[in-house]
Design a protein around this ligand. Structure first.
Ligand code: ZN
Length: 335
């Protein structure tokens, strides 16, 4: 396989309360809601997309919001920790900001980076990772100044019983290369070894199998440039005896799905066409977008979904419980 996939495209997790999710990821963490739509396979539930700018690949975090979802259980065979890239030196700010919002954090070094770990409202493990070498600019029009604003995904941790089969699979078929190794953790890099390109295999031999549900990551998606590249990945997977979904049109990208040997669901998603086909760039995330096939059901779908209060725009600030509207975030950093 000649193709090396150029990093992460998005991570998808399961949440239960859309307003709490929006307050946390947009209001508190300062990401942009770049699309509100529904789960195309379950149109009665929200699918919320967060990212930087117009939803650049590698900055995307998406949530299936299923109010009735039971809590998931951690374990092997699933992505286990969401890692977001924070500027070097910004973690004291983030620790204080999260503490003011009532979020308990722990700070620790890991290799050449520093990690601030906490959980989201559904219990999903999240890490803000401060490391050098992230070439990406944050969302400069967002609520936080550049020295604190997040830059997108740093990586993802995958819980496995044994790292060998997954490492071999990622290397031979998808072009991931071992970058760091330490005890039971192996960091795989896709392309350049910089934030946004990392997948950490965390091996625990007797780990029980994970149980999907609220507060867990559902799958991770790697990037590929276009449909042709994705067809080549699909062919390589099938030549290796790996069953794939075949191409699925996700409106904002095209996807294939398959499982790695450790059991985690992986996706390879195209960079194109992106999120501006059904909304102007400045309006991203401000209204419910539906794929053409569901437009005829819009009234019924909208009636069944809870109304979202968006950050800014004159609506009540997301997450009054966090007290982190734009004004106080700026004020907190200006003195
Ligand atoms: Zn996905």
């Amino acid at each position: 396989m000649e193709l090396t996939l150029p990093g992460l495209h998005h991570l998808t997790a399961v949440a239960t309360d859309p307003q709490a999710n929006l307050a946390f990821y947009a209001g508190l963490l300062g990401l942009r809601l770049v699309k509100q739509t529904v789960n195309f396979d379950d149109p009665g539930t929200y699918h919320l997309y967060y990212g930087i700018d117009e939803g650049r690949p590698g900055t995307l975090l998406t949530f299936f919001v299923v109010p009735s979802a039971p809590p998931g259980g951690p374990g092997s065979g699933a992505p286990s920790v969401l890692q977001l890239s924070a500027p070097e030196g910004s973690l004291p700010f983030w620790r204080e900001r999260l503490a003011r919002a009532g979020v308990t954090t722990s700070l620790r070094p890991r290799w050449e980076e520093t990690v601030l770990a906490f959980r989201d409202p559904d219990g999903l493990p999240v890490e803000l990772v401060a490391a050098g070498g992230d070439p990406r600019t944050p969302w400069l029009a967002g609520p936080l100044p550049e020295e604190y604003a997040l830059r997108g995904l740093a990586g993802v941790e995958l819980a496995v019983a044994r790292s060998g089969p997954t490492e071999s699979f990622l290397g031979k078929i998808l072009g991931g290369r071992p970058h760091r190794r330490d005890g039971t953790r192996t960091r795989i890099a896709f392309g350049e070894p910089v934030p946004g390109h990392f997948l950490d295999l965390a091996a625990t031999p007797d780990l029980p199998a994970s149980r999907g549900g609220a507060g867990t990551l559902h799958h991770l998606a790697l990037r590929c440039p276009d449909n042709d590249a994705q067809d080549r990945v699909d062919a390589a997977l099938q030549a290796a005896g790996v069953a794939t979904s075949g191409p699925r049109d996700r409106l904002y990208f095209r996807s294939i799905y398959f499982r790695e040997p450790g059991g985690s669901l992986l996706e390879v998603a195209t960079d194109l066409p992106g999120f501006t086909g059904d909304e102007r760039p400045e309006e991203l995330g401000t209204r419910l977008c539906l794929p053409p096939a569901l437009e005829s059901q819009r009234v019924a779908i909208e009636r069944g979904l809870p109304t979202l209060r968006l950050p800014g725009g004159g609506a009540p600030s997301a997450g009054p419980e966090y007290g982190t509207g734009e004004g106080d975030a700026r004020a907190a950093t200006s003195g």
